[in-house]
Ligand binder design. Structure first.
Ligand code: CMC
Length: 426
């Protein structure tokens, strides 16, 4: 029960709005009394609206802090595997060795997809964007797992989470293989989660002794961990909103993938590379910066709605990107250009005054490019990683009472009630 409240006076009437404190971070004002007052709250972009209570992830944007189930993100990224982080997101704690073995085994068991799903891929043009394919094929999973799936049953919900996390790398790699006209690779049970994804992406059926470079597998796993969850962002909110209707969970995740695709959200890592293509070379950076300042374009991979000092995920990835570039001895002019851009932007008053720093997508774009992942797959990889976060939020919602998400609006359209009766127009 809240022991603080705010007083709202409207039309001479006073309303007490209870204030509730979380364990950390911002307190919230419960505005339900507005209904009684005959008003709605108005907050485009949900800048100050908390539609849910959650125990999964905490972000302090000012301090650049990100915690999953209370664990700091840098510690998770440097000391735990992505699948352990996924387990923690779902279950609240990192697994002990027995739980880890059991969870990893279940993920391996469910990593293959139904053979009939191949036909869905064949329905797409070869040049279809892999995110378009992902929206389709993940949504199609709901056709495979609908009858018999009881979302009020905890075991069914858990199985859904396992299936999704297990199948996403397989589907993601299939979407790439399809665009290349190469045969799909079946998942292998002797590889780690990240190795398996890289194997399904880059191996071909003749590669019987295919080995994954451990530096690349480690960087890939870090990218997965750093994208695993980010509290109530646009795609997670989409999954929750779709889930609040009781919709099939695979369809809800497909909705999350659709929301993630946009360049203001997960599509930014791809947009970073497109921007580097547009700039071309280091000499063109000053001219491009002028366009940014005159608001003709945005510097993709910079800025964040929540982080206004630094993005803690970007810090881990910057170190990883330095290691990958050095270990692989990559000498790519585009990566050199990215570094020049980062340096100039970090020193320029326009960016300093607006607290614009490189975000996770800036460095993940650089690493993915360095390890040979095609640009069009960047957001697909984000969606693969974010699936553990999305499904954790869906699970959290379904394990407590919830209401259908149904926002209100401020109507500013016309009123033609007295203009003409429709039947008079005949
Ligand atoms: N380049 C140039 N100016 C920018 C940028 C940018 N990337 N981002 C913000 N600004 C300016 C903006 O024009 C505004 O300036 P002014 O006050 O003079 O009008 C000021 O900074 C505040 O920006 P805002 O639009 O109020 O910030 P927001 O919180 O609404 O937007 C954002 C956040 C991430 C959508 C935005 O920074 C952006 O579009 N960045 C580029 C896209 C990107 O990298 N997105 C990935 C986000 S990280 C992945 C994820 O978590 O989804």
């Amino acid at each position: 029960m809240a022991d603080k409240s705010a007083t709202l006076t409207i039309d001479g009437n006073e309303y007490q709005l209870p204030i509730t404190d979380g364990t950390l971070g911002q307190s919230v004002i419960d505005v339900a009394a507005l209904q009684e007052a005959g008003y709605w709250s108005y907050d485009p972009g949900f800048k100050v609206t908390a539609p849910v209570e959650s125990k999964i992830t905490f972000i302090n944007g000012g301090k650049g802090e990100l915690l999953h189930r209370g664990y700091p993100i840098d510690q998770l990224a440097n000391n735990a595997e992505y699948l352990e982080v996924a387990y923690a997101l779902i279950n609240g704690e990192l697994p002990n060795s027995e739980q880890k073995e059991d969870f990893f085994k279940k993920i391996r068991q469910h990593s293959a997809v139904h053979d009939q799903l191949r036909k869905f891929f064949e329905g797409f043009r070869r040049d279809a964007h892999p995110m378009a394919i992902m929206v389709g094929v993940v949504g199609a999973l709901s056709a495979f797992y609908h009858e018999g799936l009881d979302i009020s049953n905890e075991n069914d919900r858990e199985l859904t989470a396992i299936r999704l996390i297990a199948k996403m790398p397989t589907l993601a790699a299939m979407s790439y293989k399809y665009s290349q006209g190469e045969p799909f690779m079946y998942p292998r049970k002797d590889f780690s989660y990240a190795e398996n994804f890289l194997y399904m992406m880059f191996a071909t059926p003749g590669d019987t002794d295919y080995k994954v470079n451990p530096i690349i597998a480690d960087a890939m796993d870090k990218i997965f961990t750093l994208h695993a969850d980010h509290e109530q962002n646009a795609s997670t909110s989409t999954v929750r909103l779709a889930g609040s209707t009781g919709a099939n969970p695979y369809a809800c995740i497909a909705a999350g993938i659709a929301a993630l695709w946009g360049p203001s959200h997960g599509g930014a890592n791809e947009a970073v590379l497109e921007m580097l293509d547009e700039i071309g070379s280091v000499e063109n950076v000053p001219e491009f910066m002028e366009k940014v300042k005159s608001r003709e374009v945005k510097l993709m991979g910079f800025g964040h709605r929540v982080y206004k000092n630094f993005d803690p995920r970007a810090q881990v990835l910057k170190k990883a990107s330095d290691e990958v570039l050095e270990a692989l001895g990559i000498d790519d002019p585009k990566l050199e250009l990215a570094m020049a851009l980062e340096k100039i932007a970090l020193e320029d008053p326009f960016f300093i005054e607006r607290n614009l720093y490189p975000n996770v997508d800036f460095y993940s774009g650089i690493i993915l490019k360095a390890i040979g992942i095609p640009t069009s797959m960047f957001t697909v990889i984000f969606s693969l990683a974010r699936t553990s976060g999305w499904i954790s939020h869906w699970l959290e919602m379904h394990s407590t009472p919830f209401k259908i998400g149904r926002p209100r609006q401020l109507y500013t359209g016309e009123t033609k009630r007295d203009f003409v009766q429709l039947e008079d127009r005949k």
